[in-house]
Design a protein around this ligand. Structure first.
Ligand code: NAP
Ligand code: MG
Length: 491
């Protein structure tokens, strides 16, 4: 029989389990999706979207210029009244169809999401793609119940919505934006992020297959200049943006005085709070999920870990031993926990903030894993001896880096959690229900998870406080930003 020492020294090697990309039907080059067709750009360019795990091009994509943007907005304006005139039941049927087609092409969408953006296939397969379909299903169900959702009052769609999404959940963010807008009878022009346009273009194929009336949705890949041109288009009725607080402020300035309703989903520096009475092993799993899910490229990542002093050493030691077992590498390998950093630019941002943590005196530990020779990678990293004033405790790193702070009392935990300009999400780990409710009520954040983290559901509203933005997406609340609600009662 093996001795205790032998048993604990077994090392578990995983054989590679790569997901095959053979079934993926990517074109070599994609046009802009306008009026229901893929079109050549009028004044845009063509750019290769690369795989951040290999630095190889995946496909070439057209980037929209200002004339292309104008054309898409005009197409949306022309198509919107017909779309709004359909019964809610009929709009719902289109959304159901889109949801079913996403499910049918789920495997392909998951592989392309991982190839284009670097996230582990396990996440794109089990989270991004199923949740994207779930959002279309959810809002399909609301399309004929809009007035009911608004307390029985009369409702109208706003008209034409400009929607801009980031690169961390490309397909899912497109679904978050499009599904409620379409259910409510709006037309939309969507701009995916520069580094991850491909699943939005596969979604365009799905919209074609679903026979969505041309012009109701246009998809315009591009960079920041495309987004800036889109929000400056004169003929818009709504702008919805998910991305950084800096660009959010720029969009706010561009819309000043234009009476265009705006939804902003911005950055975060969310606190994950572990009390001494928590189930610590469970909490460690939640901490790992909170910060290493999607390489920490998550707006609500639990990047500030607040641990009660009495258990801080225990939690840090359990966390470190769990981190040492994370598998970093090929995003298409089903065993991979931590994939590639989305872009070289993002890698440089993470490296600069981590260097500032060391310079300011925090203690850094990075897992000694082997980083692939090509592509963009960052080893899971833990900082202790962090002071609230350190940049790594205050600024969003948007990478696989967690900063540990400690607290003594519940009041101190609340004060530290709230002492940030952001307010997107928080986690609370405790065995005491009353404590969880008390702390949750005192936290200035849009979402609070209790004894779990990073759980999303289409029926739950999501959004920020303070500099994390305003407006809500998801659930019944997610319809409101796409409707004009009048005081009259619906017939
Ligand atoms: P970003 O630079 O703000 O980009 C977001 C989107 O806006 C991209 O499509 C981007 O195009 C576009 N854009 C850039 N400059 C623009 C401008 N001047 N006018 C209009 N659009 C412009 O953010 P990111 O670096 O891609 O994403 C990371 C940030 O997003 C993080 O701060 C994160 O917290 C936040 N985020 C928030 C949520 C949420 O729900 N609250 C969700 C995900 C991410 P390019 O791709 O060409 O830059
Ligand atoms: Mg890419």
């Amino acid at each position: 029989m093996a001795t205790q020492e032998q048993r604990t020294s077994i090392s578990w090697d995983y054989a590679p389990a790569p997901e095959s990309p053979d079934h993926v039907r990517l074109r070599d080059s994609y046009g802009l999706f306008i009026e229901g067709e893929f079109r050549d750009p009028v004044d845009g360019t063509r750019v290769a979207s690369i795989n951040p795990a290999t630095e190889e091009p995946v496909a070439e994509v057209a980037f929209a210029g200002p004339d292309d943007v104008r054309r898409a907005v005009q197409a949306a304006r022309a198509a919107q009244p017909g779309w709004a005139a359909l019964s809610g039941l009929d709009r719902g049927k289109y959304l159901f169809r889109i949801a079913r087609l996403i499910q049918e092409r789920a495997r392909e969408l998951a592989v392309v999401e991982s190839m284009d953006g670097g996230k582990p296939i396990r996440e794109s397969r089990d989270v991004d793609v199923p949740l994207a379909a779930a959002h279309f299903f959810h809002y399909a169900g609301w399309a004929d119940k809009l007035s009911y959702a608004m307390g029985g009052r009369s409702v109208e769609p706003l008209g034409v919505a400009a929607q801009i999404v980031p690169w961390n959940f490309p397909l899912l963010m497109a679904a978050w934006k499009l599904a409620p807008a379409l259910a409510a009878g709006n037309a939309a022009v969507l701009k995916p992020a520069e580094t991850t346009p491909l699943t939005a273009l596969l979604l365009a194929e799905i919209l074609q297959e679903a026979e969505l009336p041309p012009g109701v949705v246009s998809i315009l890949p591009g960079d920041g200049t495309t987004g800036a041109a889109l929000v400056r288009e004169p003929d818009l009725d709504k702008v919805a943006f998910t991305g950084s607080t800096g660009v959010g402020k720029d969009i706010q300035a561009a819309l000043a005085g234009r009476r265009i309703p705006l939804t902003l989903e911005l950055g975060g520096k969310s606190a994950n709070i572990v009390f001494e009475d928590a189930a610590l092993d469970q909490a460690v799993e939640g901490i790992v999920n909170g910060i290493f899910f999607n390489q920490g490229h998550v707006c609500c990542a639990g990047s500030r870990l607040l641990i009660q002093e009495s258990v801080a050493d225990t939690v840090v030691s359990k966390l470190w031993s769990r981190m040492e077992r994370l598998r970093l590498g090929d995003p298409l390998d089903k065993n991979t926990d931590v994939g590639a950093i989305n872009s070289l630019e993002q890698l440089h941002r993470i490296e600069a903030l981590v260097a500032s943590g060391e310079e300011e005196g925090a203690v850094r530990r990075s897992v000694a894993c082997e980083l692939p020779s090509r592509g963009f990678w960052f080893a899971p990293t833990l900082f202790t001896d962090v002071a609230p004033a350190h940049r790594i405790a205050a600024e969003e790193i948007f990478g696989p880096v967690v900063s540990v702070l400690t607290f003594r009392t519940q009041a101190e935990a609340i004060e530290k959690a709230n002492s940030t300009p952001y307010g997107l999400a928080a986690g609370i780990w405790t065995d005491k229900g009353s404590k969880a409710f008390e702390v949750a009520a005192a936290l200035q954040t849009g979402v609070v998870w209790q004894n779990t983290y990073n759980k999303f559901d289409p029926s739950a509203a999501f959004g920020g406080y303070k500099e994390s933005g305003f407006g809500r997406e998801g659930g019944m609340a997610g319809l409101r930003p796409y409707l004009r609600v009048t005081n009259g009662t619906a017939p």
